[in-house]
Design a protein around this ligand. Sequence first.
Ligand code: UDP
Ligand code: MG
Length: 310
Amino acid sequence: MDLISIIVPCYNEEESIPQFYREVTKVISAMDIETEIIFIDDGSKDRTLAVVRKLHELDKRVRYISFSRNFGKEAGMLAGLQAAKGDFVAVMDADLQDPPSLLPDMYKAVTEEGFDCAATRRTTRKGEPPIRSFFARMFYKIINKISDANIVDGARDFRLMSRKMVDAVLSMGEYNRFSKGIFGWVGFRTKWLEYVNVERVAGETKWSFWKLFKYSMEGIMAFSTTPLYITSAMGFIVCIVAFLLACFYAVKALIFGDPAAGFPTMVCLMLFLGGIQLIGIGVVGMYLSKTYLETKKRPIYIVKETEDSD
Ligand code: UDP
Ligand code: MG
């Protein structure tokens, strides 16, 4: 029988976890598989750790890893993928926004239909502020234009992967982990299952608009260097314009003489060029800061406790 590992990153999910556990075990007991459920407690401030500890006592299929502080969902997923022993590995949210009822279909796709991965995308963004949806759509359009990782709009992190694909994902040792990009970048045959957006069962979303914005910038920087080229291109264009202007003024001065006019032009030009330079330095700085963090080779997460540690 195949062993399936289910990875569940959790941050302050004490209310959702029991419901999640109930639903998932209901689904997997009807399937002909063995399972392990790995909860990653991402430095929760509520009783999440106590809840998963309890579950582990009741059901040895439940494993857990608890971080020393909040490292973010990306770190949680990585820890889970590294700890997973399964022939197939699934990643799921604890809030039941990823319907467990899709698991049998996903399992069928990777075992019978010859896919390496079954991934999910939601077709609607119901229950989300419209402005957030707008920016999300724009983000997917931009990143797909400027990077070579195919990132599908509306793709969730909810997916079931074969061991081969998991090993490929783990072979990418970067510090700035943007999983949506990594999953797309490693390739393999992916089957996309669609479903209508479900609202979370309990608790609230951990994503503020600002956090999402930062996340999308990280995604762009992790999978594209196009902003750096755009910066150079901008510099180049401004230089050409400046050169043409210089020629124009030189000719004009030769023909008409040079009354000391043009103060506003100077101010505008200086501000414009200064602005472009600052943008350029900013973009370079963002990449530099990412490089800086990569070279430090800090651990991506720190484990405080696991089910084996007591
Ligand atoms: N999560 C996490 N660490 C964090 C933030 C979130 O492990 O720092 C988990 C969270 O517990 C949930 C999943 O990631 O299981 C998705 O989070 P959320 O539901 O808040 O995101 P949304 O579904 O709104 O995109
Ligand atoms: Mg959610």
